[in-house]
Ligand binder design. Structure first.
Ligand code: ATP
Length: 261
């Protein structure tokens, strides 16, 4: 088993105005790892991914992908990356086929390979019938499947999945979870962000918890369990992020909705 580092963040920091959004984040990710990158809303998860993808430049520290500093090698590494964004920008006026063709061409794939993989993947995701349909007519789950195809068509080595299961039905969720496991075993590295704790708990080799721009836990689920009193990832997460008010907050919301007597 190789110990090759695929991704390294070294003292990664960024601020927006007065807000320190990432504060000296250090992380090394090995080939074949599935990293569950989790944290409360606003913790800085998407910001981390955007920096790694080269979409934000005003950061401090260093980002190494496949061994190269992305500051010195800003384009080449992107060919081997796949990305499912949380709120997928998808070109509604294109058909499913046109969209995937466009993505495949962007990655420099040849036409025959795009066609072959497109048809095969559409069939597996049960989208063959809508190959020539405009994306604006797709359901949420259908769009999500198309984003998944777009992120994988060029056989990337490093995948960023931000809530990839959003809107998918139970059968599709099982396929994607199994697919991620098999991709990792084939040597792909997956950086997985989600708020669905039981999925993160089951699928991740390693869980990194980000809170207010800082890593507050990093280890296998069993390590996190050993270090904390709580049992499930959801409980560990709530304990580490200092949240024990869910019942009280829910009660107050219900009171507001119902109005004071
Ligand atoms: N371009 C920007 N300009 C100003 N502030 C920003 C910008 N991008 C992100 N932020 C702020 O940085 C913080 C972290 O945002 P980010 O989207 O990284 O959080 P997140 O952990 O992905 O949250 P969520 O779980 O809600 O998706 C938030 O307070 C957000 O308002």
């Amino acid at each position: 088993m190789t110990e090759e580092t695929i991704l390294e963040l070294s003292d990664l920091s960024i601020r927006f105005g007065n807000q320190q959004v990432l504060n000296q984040v250090n992380l090394k990710v090995k080939r074949g790892e599935i990293i569950g990158y989790i944290g409360p809303n606003g913790a800085g998860k998407s910001t981390t991914v955007k920096i790694i993808l080269g979409l934000l430049a005003n950061y401090h520290g260093h980002v190494f992908v496949f061994g190269d500093n992305i500051h010195d090698e800003p384009v080449n590494y992107k060919r081997k990356i796949g990305y499912v964004p949380e709120n997928g920008e998808i070109y509604d006026d294109l058909t499913a086929s046109e969209y995937i063709q466009f993505i495949g061409q962007m990655y420099g794939m040849d036409q025959a390979e795009i066609e072959l993989k497109l048809d095969a993947l559409l069939a597996k995701f049960e989208l063959t019938k809508v190959k020539q349909t405009k994306i604006s007519n797709f359901s949420k789950g259908m769009k999500q499947k198309l984003l998944m195809i777009a992120s994988l068509i060029h056989n990337p080595d490093l995948l960023f999945f931000d809530e990839p299961l959003s809107g998918l039905d139970a059968n599709s969720v099982m396929i994607i979870k199994e697919m991620m496991d098999q991709l990792a075993r084939a040597g792909k590295t997956i950086f997985y962000s989600s708020h669905i704790m039981d999925v993160v708990e089951k699928i991740s080799d390693r869980i990194v918890i980000l809170n207010q721009g800082e890593i507050i836990a990093d280890g296998a689920f069993t390590d996190l369990q050993a270090q904390n009193k709580e049992g499930t990832l959801e409980q560990i997460f709530n304990q580490l992020t200092g949240f024990d008010q869910h019942e009280q907050t829910a009660t107050e919301i219900v009171e507001i909705i119902q109005g004071a007597d």
